[in-house]
Design a binder for this molecule. Structure first.
Ligand SMILES: Cc1ncc(COP(=O)(O)O)c(C=O)c1O
Length: 374
């Protein structure tokens, strides 16, 4: 049993999880054990995940968003604080700041990597800045050494970056700062919904373990709680799927890299089309999505429609957070504040991308894009 691929003539989907027999067997074993939650698979998944990214600790949670929320709290962010972050991200990385009644302060992005620009971030720091929250967007490692030099607590949004490696050889998530990963169905590994926070700090791990479980300390009795917490637990069923996925991570990452290379070849020479940046200086991307920017002057949304007519799913990805209606109304943001982000957000387009994509499907997407832009 494996997730079915698109039939000939069927639209090519944006993403498709790579799940099958190993995950089914793992879930069956948990069902047979009778312990579906708060059982041994949680610690096993955490230990294996921490080892994989070279972190001392990991805390399994119900989503990447939940992980970011707990990580921010653990980093000490609270009421009235400011957190400097990227406007070119999935909205969750800014929303979690608001959960703690703090303010997300956006700074522009680097036009090559599309990650938060360390210089722009430095310029946005004020006496109220309690943390900086870089996002490893599209799996490309953010410039953590530069952010570390700012001397402020860091919280990493690594939701899209499991398997990425920094130029100094440290895997993303292994630097000691709290880093949140996501396991939604389009991610490098999936548990359906789920997440993990890695950290080098044992006290932080203990706090997050407690807060994901309604504020219960490990030595307390059932229904006894000594702090405010949430239900951000990840079930044993999900952790078993995560463990099975983690075991085949290397194969899935290699398959994603293969599809990215096929795209690079198939799309080379399309005039004005910008492809994801190549790895430079020793940084290594973990392929999560294949996002292109349509040539300047072309209508991205029209391109999405034209691709759909040709049986290819695509999505504008990502919109600028500060220009979303909620953020505009709440903070008075206006176009022009972050020109690099706004330019990229207006032209970027995610193409179908999943480990089992074959050469023929990549060629079909490339042909469709060619004729859509012709
Ligand atoms: C950059 C980024 N941050 C945060 C999240 C939130 O993760 P989740 O959907 O698991 O809550 C995602 C994933 O969707 C993401 O891509």
């Amino acid at each position: 049993m494996t997730a079915r691929g698109p039939a000939p003539g069927e639209a090519i989907p944006l993403a498709r999880p790579e799940v099958g027999e190993p995950e089914a067997a793992a879930v069956a074993a948990v069902l047979a054990s009778g312990q579906l939650s708060m059982g041994p698979r949680v610690a096993s998944f955490e230990t294996a995940f921490a080892a994989r990214v070279g972190a001392a600790h990991a805390c399994a949670v119900s989503s990447g968003t939940a992980g970011l929320h707990l990580a921010l709290r653990a980093a000490g962010v609270g009421d009235g604080d400011e957190v400097v972050t990227s406007p070119f991200s999935f909205v969750a990385s800014a929303n979690v700041v608001l959960y703690e009644r703090a303010r997300p302060v956006f700074a522009d992005i680097d036009p090559r990597t599309l990650n938060l620009d360390p210089q722009a971030a430095a310029a946005a720091i004020t006496p109220r800045t309690a943390a900086v929250l870089p996002v490893h967007i599209f799996g490309y490692p953010a410039d953590l050494p530069a952010f570390e030099r700012l001397g402020l607590p860091l919280v990493e949004d690594a939701c899209e970056a499991l398997g990425a490696v920094h130029a100094d050889g440290l895997p993303v998530g292994g630097r000691g700062h709290p880093a949140a990963f996501g396991f939604y169905a389009n991610k490098q590994i999936t548990t359906g919904e789920g997440g993990m926070v890695t950290t080098g700090d044992g006290a932080m791990k203990a706090r997050m373990d407690s807060e994901r479980n309604q504020g219960r300390a490990p030595d307390m009795g059932w229904l006894d709680h000594d702090r405010l917490g949430f239900n951000y637990r990840l079930s044993d069923l999900a952790c078993a799927v995560g463990l099975a996925q983690l075991e085949r991570l290397d194969g899935m990452l290699a398959a994603r890299a293969r599809v990215a290379a096929l795209y690079r070849e198939a799309l080379a020479g399309m005039e004005g089309l910008e492809l994801p940046c190549a790895d430079t200086g020793g940084d290594r991307r973990s392929w999560f999505v294949f996002v292109v920017q349509v040539p300047r002057g072309r209508d991205r949304d029209e391109t999405v429609r034209a691709l759909a007519q040709r049986g290819v799913q695509s999505k504008p990805y990502l919109p600028a957070i500060h220009l979303m209606s909620f953020y505009r109304e709440r903070f008075g943001h206006r176009p022009g504040e972050f020109p690099v982000c706004e330019d990229v957000a207006s032209r970027s387009l995610a193409l179908p991308f999943f480990p089992r994509m074959d050469e023929g499907q990549v060629a079909r997407v490339a042909e469709a894009l060619h004729s859509a832009l012709a």
